[in-house]
Write a protein that binds this ligand. Structure first.
Ligand SMILES: *[C@@H]1O[C@H](CO)[C@@H](O)[C@H](O)[C@H]1NC(C)=O
Ligand SMILES: [Mn+2]
Length: 585
């Protein structure tokens, strides 16, 4: 759920970089040439130079004009596409009596599917709230707190019966700068849809929000809830920002019930969500479970049902969904728990067991990676992780995360921390995937001695065991002998780049060292390009020479091998640049 948002942010960032970079590059390169030309020289030559400078300047002027024109063309194409879309839309809908209102923010994500009837004042207000929170707070403030959600469970879940002696439940909601109405809707859904004898408490953990309404107003709301349900709600406020892992730990420490469910505050639980969780943990105290997420759209707040999947991650330790395992399908029981390599973040566990295995690693900063750390620890140290298809939680997917513009430094650092504690001889794969040098990375992943001691104390299994028994989809590569970016030896500002996506034609482009420019050189001669994949069911892209004197292309490596394409490259470190191929790693 979380990774999708981040991927979008990164894609946006790259697009912006590409657009801006191309233009700057054009100008900068020409300017550089100008500077060289204007060095003092003997008189006759000087005049010659000056006239050539004039020509160059004329050139530069035209280049800029051309670039501006191209930009204009791109803009107008985009505009035309939007206009056509609008025309198609208005044709297909009923003829309107009134002309549509002026859209003040036609390019805002908020108004793509929503907000046609808003006045200009309302549009401004909605847009401001959207910028601040990353979802449609204007709409949230109008929707009933106890709104009904469709029951998305498989009908066979409804036939399940549960013991009348289920364990008690503490629900923990963590947040930073969440909209008050969103938190209230989460609380309301939990109260209305959890059997009240089982719901012991709801613990709110505020990781140092700066949003004013979350102080006095929220306290008042909690008072009102507690008048109706004495002692049900508690709130703990951090006095400094501590990050996701520590906020979860704070909630866990305050909890007192048999089972803890640690959730985001931008969720609504759906009917019957708690019973499967409590029953499964009662059956086996060492299992950490996750419900299935449904998506609440950030703009319309409509619910979309997601199919069942398991939670996995890539070699950057960034989360993603994987397909369900065959042995679960073979069971032919859609209500059965599904073994999962990882969790997304939201989880439920036996409260004491979660403590015994070390709760969450408080050394994880900000956000990201703490879920993989917990997952490896649970599996390697004697627990299990399962997805429960009959327990479903609707999760509001943000359009943007307003509190952290660039999560990359935290993600990298946290990933290295996981690698160093849990991944043994496979940790190099994380360094490779992030394009970080194996030695002297310059990244401080904090003190790991207490986590190493924990691993020792719990007598945990190796990462090799985990790969073979839990997550065989990840396939480590041992034969990578060099990685980084590939610079043109004639102009070191220009790098080999994957080129436009979709597409398979690599290009030379301004060096930025983001993942489209990563290359991996294998002992066997292949050159992988782009983000490292290294998975059983997916292929890395091999830099391929079509053999016809044409430009190189990128092909899935196994396909290239099958077709007998040329994918093996010579690389001679330290050779004379003039004799070398023009590339260096
Ligand atoms: C929501 O609460 C209001 C006011 O208490 C009540 O009238 C309404 O029936 C409730 N709606 C649902 C769907 O429970
Ligand atoms: Mn979330």
């Amino acid at each position: 759920v979380l990774c999708i948002g981040l991927t979008l942010v990164i894609v946006n960032l790259l697009l912006a970089l590409y657009a801006k970079g191309a233009f700057q590059n054009l100008i900068l390169r020409d300017l550089r040439r100008e500077l060289q030309l204007s060095l003092p020289e003997p008189d006759g030559a000087m005049i010659k130079r000056l006239s050539s400078l004039e020509v160059e300047l004329q050139h530069l002027k035209e280049s800029i004009k051309l670039a501006l024109k191209q930009q204009e063309h791109v803009n107008s194409t985009v505009q035309r596409a939007t206009d056509i879309q609008k025309a198609v839309k208005s044709k297909s809908s009923e003829p309107r009596k009134h002309t549509a209102r002026v859209k003040l923010f036609p390019h805002s994500g908020l108004f793509k599917q929503w907000g046609d009837d808003l006045s200009e004042t309302q549009q401004r207000k909605a847009q401001d709230l959207f910028q601040e929170f990353g979802y449609n707070v204007y709409l949230s403030n109008q929707l009933p707190l106890n709104r009904t959600l469709p029951d998305t469970r498989d009908p066979r879940c409804l036939q399940k019966t549960y013991s009348s002696q289920l364990p008690s439940l503490s629900v923990i909601l963590i947040f930073v700068n969440e909209a008050l109405s969103v938190i209230e809707r989460a609380i309301t859904s939990i109260i209305n849809r959890t059997p009240s004898p089982l719901l012991k408490e709801i613990i709110l953990v505020d990781d140092f929000s700066s949003n004013g309404e979350l102080k006095v107003y929220l306290d008042e709301k909690i008072k009102v809830y507690n008048q109706k349900y004495p002692g049900l709600l508690k709130i703990i406020r951090h006095t400094e920002r501590k990050g996701l892992a520590q906020a979860r730990n704070t909630g866990w420490e305050a909890a007192t019930a048999d089972v803890v469910a640690i959730l985001d505050a931008h969720i609504e639980v759906t009917i019957g969500w708690a019973e499967p969780i409590l029953a499964r943990i009662q059956e086996d105290r060492t299992v950490i479970v996750s419900p299935v997420f449904e998506k609440i759209h950030f703009d319309t707040f409509k619910l979309e049902r997601y199919g069942v999947a398991v939670d996995g991650f890539n070699w950057q330790l960034w989360c993603r969904y994987d397909t369900v395992p065959q042995d679960w399908i073979d069971l032919h029981d859609v209500t059965a728990p599904i073994k999962s390599p990882s969790i997304m973040g939201i989880l439920a566990a036996n409260r004491l067991f979660l403590g015994e295995i070390g709760s969450l690693d408080g050394g994880m900063l900000v956000y990201g990676g703490e879920n993989v750390e917990l997952s490896l620890r649970v599996w390697q140290c004697g627990g299990k992780i399962e997805i429960l298809p009959c327990s479903r939680i609707a999760h509001l997917e943000r359009h943007h995360k307003p509190y952290a513009l660039d999560l990359t430094p935290a993600l990298k650092r946290n990933a290295l921390r996981v690698a160093e504690v849990w991944m043994d001889e496979y940790k190099h794969m994380v360094y490779l995937a992030w394009n970080i040098p194996l030695q002297n990375s310059g990244i401080d992943y904090g003190d790991i001695s207490s986590r190493m001691a924990l691993r020792e104390k719990l007598k945990c299994k190796t990462f090799d065991w985990y790969l073979k028994n839990v997550y065989p989809l990840l396939t480590p590569i041992r034969s990578i002998v060099g990685y980084g970016t590939m610079k043109n030896s004639l102009d070191k500002n220009v790098c080999l780049d994957m080129g436009p996506v979709p597409g398979n034609t690599p290009i030379m482009y301004n060096c930025h060292a983001f993942s489209p420019q990563q290359v991996y050189y294998l002992l066997t001669g292949e050159l992988y390009m782009g983000p490292l994949i290294a998975e059983a069911n997916a292929d890395d892209r091999c830099l391929t020479d079509p053999g016809s004197g044409e430009e190189p292309s990128l092909e899935p490596c196994s396909k290239a091998v099958k077709k007998g394409l040329h994918i093996y490259w010579d690389f001679k470190p330290g050779t004379d640049q003039k004799k070398a191929t023009g590339y260096e790693t």
